[in-house]
Design a protein around this ligand. Structure first.
Ligand code: APR
Length: 233
């Protein structure tokens, strides 16, 4: 079986009703990124940050995977599929994808404020625990914090992701503006002989000279078209 690696971003979940970050009216228009997605913002106003992620978590209970997420599951019949996602939602898993790498953390998990990357203190929340409160403590006694990789923090999963990308026969970029590193840099690890596809309704600057098959569509329609194309080849 050929290896197919997907790099997904916020656009993957847009048709499920989750806002992207950088489109007009996106999350970073409504909430200053320095406030809710940096360690400094968290140190300054932990309550606001915890509330922001509580809201994001609550939204998970109201949304469903879309046809795009489901199409990637269908591809598992023909390919060894690895999904590398920048998304912190759980829609790939809920659609049924069996191998998902989260580069930027997961909304459904919490960790220690003192030692965020320490796996000992990472905990999966049950839906009834989605509302984290000030005073809720991690195993080391520090405030429970969202298990999210904020700007300026290391991205530990990138090494694992690179390992899969280096073995890719087919690399598919879906719904990311390719603005955020190291995620966007994964493209440089795609083997020279691999085919690259990009699904996005808008033009995306990939910062690469590699030939790319562009499917200028939203995730649901775009993944459908990808499946048809891969069947023909
Ligand atoms: N289907 C596919 N793509 C879409 C759709 C759709 N229906 N709607 C919008 N898009 C595309 C946009 O055209 C854009 O290229 O999704 C992309 C979203 O880009 P961003 O908002 O920048 O999101 P992303 O690239 O995932 O951001 C990366 O930045 O803020 C951080 O940590 C956050 O993981 C996030 C990272």
């Amino acid at each position: 079986m050929k290896n197919l690696v997907v790099l997904s971003g916020a656009g993957m979940s847009a048709e499920s009703g989750i806002s992207t970050f950088r489109d007009a009216g996106g999350l970073w228009d409504k909430y200053p990124v320095e406030q809710v997605a940096t360690p400094e913002g968290y140190a300054r106003q932990p309550e606001l940050v915890i509330r922001f992620y509580n809201e994001r978590r609550k939204q998970l209970l109201e949304v469903e995977p879309n046809e795009g997420h489901k199409g990637l599951v269908e591809l598992e019949k023909e390919f060894n599929v690895t999904v590398v996602t920048q998304n912190v939602d759980n829609l790939h898993e809920r659609a049924g994808s069996s191998h998902v790498i989260h580069l930027h953390g997961e909304l459904t998990k919490v960790c220690s404020s003192r030692d965020p990357q320490n796996p000992r203190y990472v905990k999966e929340l049950r839906p009834e625990e989605y509302e984290v409160k000030m005073g809720d403590k991690a195993g080391d006694g520090s405030q429970l914090r969202p298990f999210i990789v904020w700007f300026g923090e290391p991205v530990p999963e990138i090494e694992t992701a690179i390992g899969y990308v280096e073995q890719a026969d087919i690399f598919v970029i879906i719904g990311t503006s390719m603005n955020v590193y190291p995620a966007a840099g994964l493209l440089h690890y795609v083997p020279a002989e691999a085919e690259i596809y990009l699904i996005d309704p808008k033009p995306v600057d990939t910062h690469s000279m590699r030939p790319i098959h562009v499917i200028r569509k939203g995730a649901s329609e775009g993944v459908r078209e990808l499946i048809e194309k891969l069947k023909r080849d």
